[in-house]
Design a protein around this ligand. Structure first.
Ligand SMILES: [Zn+2]
Length: 141
């Protein structure tokens, strides 16, 4: 929980506007600063620097956060969907499971780099590298 609010003017670095832009650019797997270059080198590796603007990104470590959020989202999509399909059409168990697991796998594969990009963007906008321990990142459970 522990969310403490600080009022920051909209033009300053770390402003809401800048944070929102960085997050959305990350969701498109783009660099949080320019939105043109890719934030990554490979599937999930953060590029040392953006190819578009040269902003250093390699020091930002999102650790297991993106995987955690991705699984949370995918579970919240596939589990209720499976239950609805089960109740409406009563499909045979095995094909249903194969499709559900396949769908979950595709969702994870598609979402993970985007969630990671959003998190890298957020950390970049807040000036975090992932090394600091007093992080405000919410942890559940
Ligand atoms: Zn850039």
């Amino acid at each position: 929980m522990g969310h403490h609010r600080t009022r920051i003017p909209d033009c300053a670095p770390g402003s809401r506007r800048r944070i929102a832009d960085a997050l959305l650019r990350g969701l498109r797997t783009r660099c949080p600063r320019c939105g043109i270059g890719s934030y990554r080198a490979g599937y999930l590796t953060v590029a040392p620097a953006c190819a578009g603007c040269g902003e250093a990104l390699g020091h930002i470590r999102a650790d297991d956060g993106p995987a955690y959020f991705t699984l949370l989202i995918v579970a919240h999509v596939t589990v209720p969907l499976s239950l609805v399909v089960e109740q409406r059409w009563h499909p045979p168990l095995l094909p249903h499971m194969v499709v559900a697991v396949g769908l979950a796998a595709v969702l994870v594969w598609q979402l993970l780099p985007r969630i990671k990009g959003a998190m890298v963007g957020l950390m970049w906008a807040l000036g975090l590298s992932g090394d600091e321990r007093q992080g405000d990142v919410e942890r559940h459970g």
